[in-house]
Design a protein around this ligand. Structure first.
Ligand SMILES: NC(=O)c1ccc[n+]([C@@H]2O[C@H](COP(=O)([O-])OP(=O)(O)OC[C@H]3O[C@@H](n4cnc5c(N)ncnc54)[C@H](OP(=O)(O)O)[C@@H]3O)[C@@H](O)[C@H]2O)c1
Length: 271
């Protein structure tokens, strides 16, 4: 019997978190989206009769929308929140399939700003508006979805060239989580950065890539193979969400997990 706020529940992992967490009718699950009308339609079609799901407007690049979402959440839950899952993220093909030096400087600047606005500043503001509710919650867990792409040893030892600007935003958010941990662990709030591994959320279309992008992707796949010879491809959102939620449940301040950057295995094994 817990309350959850999950951002970016329109699709992908976010929708899967919404689906899995709302299976227990005693949970209250609040999903933030940019387009509430279409998300409500999807929930009605795919998860009918789940009266414990609430869809609210919440755009990470619009502070007022987040403030309003926190006030609406408070009205639903009675002023508290157990779990905040910062799942939503901006992702771009600009750096997704290109090495950093291949990106035109103006394009790199514009793309990095978008990453920072959504994945770092947006989440920082999300934390600001929801922390008063978390402090009144029973469980007090705040989780940001991150990526193994932000692990420096992984990047350097396995030549993971692509995803540079994305990884920079995830690395920045890992730091923000650790800094929040240093301040709020005394009040019992656990902050975590969790990578779900590679998840097949239907966003990847190899036919849309140029020859150069395909080559960069092959370099990444070679790095993945050398890092994890068992790696065969992305996990389904269903399995990935279960993995992440298991790590969230097992982690605690008492076990020393405050501010940690963990994989879906609960350690530093990214694949
Ligand atoms: N998939 C993977 O392999 C993988 C690997 C490592 C980490 N992750 C992380 O896991 C999380 C979920 O990934 P995913 O693959 O499920 O992504 P996805 O399918 O692309 O979904 C992203 C979600 O974020 C929302 N979003 C984007 N910009 C937003 C904004 N400004 N305000 C509010 N919501 C916004 C999108 O909403 P709209 O529908 O409105 O666009 C969508 O609901 C992300 O943090 C991602 O970085 C994923």
């Amino acid at each position: 019997m817990s309350s959850y706020v999950v951002t970016g529940v329109s699709k992908g992992l976010g929708f899967e978190f919404l689906r899995q967490l709302s299976k227990d009718p005693s949970n209250t699950v609040i999903g933030l989206v940019r387009d509430p009308a279409s998300a409500k339609e999807k929930v009605s079609a795919e998860l009918p009769d789940r009266s414990n799901i609430h869809i609210l407007a919440g755009d990470l690049t619009n502070y007022d929308s987040l403030k309003t979402a926190a006030a609406e959440t408070s009205a639903i839950t009675g002023g508290s929140l157990d779990y905040l899952i910062a799942n939503a993220a901006f992702m771009s093909t600009v750096d997704g399939f290109s090495a950093i030096g291949e990106i035109e400087p103006e394009v790199a600047t514009d793309t990095l700003r978008k990453y920072m606005d959504t994945n770092v500043i947006g989440n920082l503001q999300l934390y600001n508006v929801f922390l008063p509710l978390i402090l009144k919650g029973k469980v007090k867990k705040v989780v940001a979805l991150t990526s193994g792409h932000a692990d420096l040893d992984f990047i350097n030892q396995f030549d993971i060239q692509v995803g540079s600007l994305y990884a920079a935003s995830k690395g920045a958010m890992n730091i923000i989580n650790a800094k929040y941990n240093t301040q709020y662990k005394k009040q019992g709030v656990l902050f975590l950065s969790i990578s779900p591994g590679v998840v097949d959320t239907g966003n990847f279309d190899p036919s849309a890539l140029t020859q150069k992008q395909l080559e960069a992707l092959q370099v990444m796949m070679a790095g993945f193979q050398s890092y994890a010879p068992h790696f065969k491809g992305g996990l389904s959102p269903d399995v990935a969400a279960q993995n992440v939620l298991r790590v969230v449940e097992n982690a605690s301040i008492e076990k020393g997990d405050g501010g940690a950057f963990l994989s879906h295995f609960g350690n530093k094994q990214w694949l």
